[in-house]
Design a protein around this ligand. Structure first.
Ligand code: 15L
Length: 273
């Protein structure tokens, strides 16, 4: 792959896509941006923008033609009202992106999520850090849609030799927001450096990366980062004094990696302790 072929970024107007576009353009990446919502503010230098829904397979395929990489950040980014909310963008949309990648000969970087693993207990005396090949334990329909996306990448690699990197994003915010983020925080700069490495890597096959900064308290262990030559540089530890007291009063939220997502729709009457 190469930094010289254009890169298609879906979800470019979203919380992560917007800042990522600016950082990648500053590093010299030629970007084709797309989102169903208008791009907020001025376009980064050299970038084009097409307002497009992921539901239109032909339009996505056309946008991907000539691209070396598709950074797939589009889709519903949180648990919505039930299963229907993720069906179009996260399931059908992901299929359209993989079909477009197959036709274009492009690599996919899939914005997966820690919520595909949210019902794993947090590491401690009874549990070790998770390795990349651990079992999926989604905490929501949203998390389940990320399992589907990762496994769609697996299918397209095994059957069609489409390369993909599953980025299991923790908490990507400007600064870490609570005690859980001492483990899960992923800085915007580490995300951008990761994307540059994933675009430039000579070969990835179907690879998996935990999307977190170099946090000593991380929930996650080994992954395929050596393939990309990428290491995170930031750490949530610098904010420890400020955030370590920010914990939930709900024991259920504190027990599992997915935090508050695990407590959503938890049946009344089922114990939380
Ligand atoms: C995610 O996948 C969400 O998109 C984001 O809103 C956060 O909840 C994040 O995970 C997290 O777990 O902190």
């Amino acid at each position: 792959m190469s930094l010289h072929r254009p890169v298609l970024l879906t979800g470019a107007s979203g919380r992560l896509g917007h800042g990522l576009a600016a950082r990648l353009a500053a590093a010299g990446v030629v970007l084709r941006l797309t989102d169903r919502h208008a791009f907020p503010g001025a376009l980064p230098p050299g970038a084009s923008f097409t307002q497009q829904d992921l539901g239109d397979a032909a339009a996505i395929a056309e946008l991907a033609l000539g691209c070396g990489t598709i950074l797939h950040f589009g889709g519903v980014p949180n648990e919505g009202p039930g299963f229907e909310s993720i069906l179009d963008a996260n399931l059908r949309g992901c299929f359209h992106v993989y079909e477009a990648a197959r036709a274009a000969g492009a690599r996919v970087v899939f914005a997966s999520s820690n919520h595909a693993f949210g019902f794993h207990p947090r590491p401690g005396e009874a549990a070790a850090r998770l390795e990349a090949d651990c079992a999926y334990r989604p905490d929501t329909f949203y998390g389940l849609s990320k399992v589907y996306g990762e496994q769609m990448g697996r299918l397209y690699w095994d059957k069609h030799a489409v390369e993909s990197v599953q980025l299991r994003i923790g908490s990507c915010t400007a600064t870490p927001q609570d005690a859980r983020a001492l483990a899960t925080w992923f800085s915007h700069d580490d995300l951008a450096r990761f994307c540059l490495a994933a675009i430039a890597a000579p070969r990835t096959g179907w690879a998996v990366i935990w999307g977190a900064s170099a946090n000593p308290a991380s929930f996650w262990g080994g992954d395929d980062r050596a393939l990309l030559g990428w290491e995170p540089q930031d750490s949530a530890e610098a904010w420890r004094a400020e955030i370590e007291g920010r914990v939930s009063a709900d024991p259920l939220v504190e027990r599992f990696q997915g935090g508050a997502f695990c407590a959503l729709d938890w049946p009344p009457g089922r114990g939380r302790g």
